[in-house]
Design a protein around this ligand. Sequence first.
Ligand SMILES: [Zn+2]
Length: 74
Amino acid sequence: MARSCPRCGATVGRIDDDCPACGAKLDGRKPWYIWLLGGFLVLMAFVYLGDLSSLGRFAQTLFDFARGVRGGTP
Ligand SMILES: [Zn+2]
């Protein structure tokens, strides 16, 4: 869903800071999910670059736990 410029009425993107048509300054607030997405990307980059092996071990632990709970007493 697009916004429109309050000065000239041109259609502007949701995350644009100023109007591409007339250059008017728009409401600078960005939707909350932009920050969530940014944080998620940073987190993924951190995991990917830094500590992938420990993430793997964590996933394995969760998997073993889930399997143990499901098939504990046959
Ligand atoms: Zn404009």
